[in-house]
Design a protein around this ligand. Sequence first.
Ligand code: AMP
Length: 566
Amino acid sequence: MIVGIDLGTTNSLISVFRNGQTELIPNALGHLLTPSAISLADDGMILVGLPARERQATHSHLTATAFKRWMGTDHNIKLGKQSMRAEELSALVLKALKADAEAWLGESVTEAVITVPAYFNDVQRKATQAAGRLAGLKVERLLNEPTAAGLAYGLQERTDHATFLVFDLGGGTFDVSVLEYFDGVVQVRASAGDTRLGGEDFVQVLRDWFIEAAPDLNAKEKAGLAEDGALWHAAEQAKRDLTEHEMTTMRLQCLDRSVVLELTRAEYERRCAGLLQRLRRPLERALMDAKLEPSSLTEIVLVGGASRMPMIRQMVTRLFARLPLRTINPDETVARGAAIQAALKARDAALDELVLTDVMPYSLGVVVTEEVDGRRYDDRFSPIIERNTAVPVSRVQTYSTVQDGQTLIILDVRQGESPLGSENLLLGTLEVSIPPKPRGHIGVNVRFSYDVNGLLEVEAHVPATGKTIQSVIQRNADVMTEIEIKIALEKIKALKIHPRDKQENAYLIARAKRLYEDRLGRERQDISHALTRFEALLDSQDEVLIRQHNREFKSYLDSIDKSFVL
Ligand code: AMP
């Protein structure tokens, strides 16, 4: 069985296609959303998902969230003394999802379709594949998230020609894609986005506002507050409240007093004006690249948890002069699409054959020297495959020498949209030896082939020597090498992962500790007593008693904590 996985910045989901429909798989806590969070527990065990996210407020230095933003970089994320790459942390999330699916399906799961933002570059895609490998999954395909959303909304079932605009505002990334369906083929006509814009930024607005508005705090106290996990939790809750209500109250314990501040939705929206403005640019660019007017789109699809905010819906409605589609839960859309793609891979008979084509999100090319009116200009970018070309694609371009007697052509392979080579992202370098000849007399044919998984192969052929150098894009500095992957596999194997069947207990303890820090006085004492009782019971290892008490402890926490869970 091939599963579909939405590996999100904030939350991840795993799904399958069974009995002719998509099915989301619950985790050990019975939830469909697993927070993409990892925490190192006090006993050295690794916690994944909700128990980990609960510890963000109380143990921020031992907890990692939003690490998808670091995929494909060698940035090290610290968990106490441990130091982890985003690929390793993502692998732990994937491993937990895999275990959930295996428990649910009763069979082993080794293959997956994993979704990535359409905007992910080559390095980030390779990082996602590496994360899959580290989790023991063969990544059958990387699927662009908007394409998955299009599949979930049945774009492929339309009988006519249709264009969908997918507006995906997740926890950490924003993607806009224009999908086209015609005659059995789904194509991404254009994609644009911002890898550093998402629901988290809307939380940040509330954190900033709270710090600014909290009375009588000195600079040091304000700085401390900015780092406080409890502020994040309160701000996230306030953001969700403002989706439902016109007004919210944010309460936070600052030093020895409780700060209570009120905010209206109108004021919040006013403070988010800058973020809304930033959302417009990728929208305009995607339409321009697809050569479409807003009025010629068939449907607008809203995806991603943050698209629930009324200001997002209003902005989209105003811009496109129509109501967007949002019948499928915006958190689940991409995962459902991934399951459809997984079934297509496995050729589930319930699905008709469907051809999917995606586009390359960036222009890919080499850095060259150009001569204009006898003058030489270095550091020019020469695109070989232009942005938004349908993939798979293979293109060849010929370059010739610029100096007499030149014996080496260095091909700097880069991606990006800047006319200056150095401003685009370096993917790798290829060195091609050539026989010395007068300038312009030696040519090299450079072929770029880009596959459906968004991976690039480069080939340089010198007709004068008949020599070909293939795919020498060994690695970007930030792509994990085979050796690094082997070491990471050992490292992950050595980690003690908190047992799946004890997940609920870990969650309740982490939640109780967060509430203890949050509250004061009598309530704090009650939480402390309940927690001590529960921990003592866990020590007794009496399974029947633990299960029984677990339910009581949970309903007690539910009664005092009305805030969001997922
Ligand atoms: P996703 O990456 O699609 O799971 O989206 C996660 C983002 O959606 C986070 O930033 C959440 O805070 C946000 N989100 C989820 N539910 C709501 C809601 N009711 N109102 C506002 N934002 C929400």
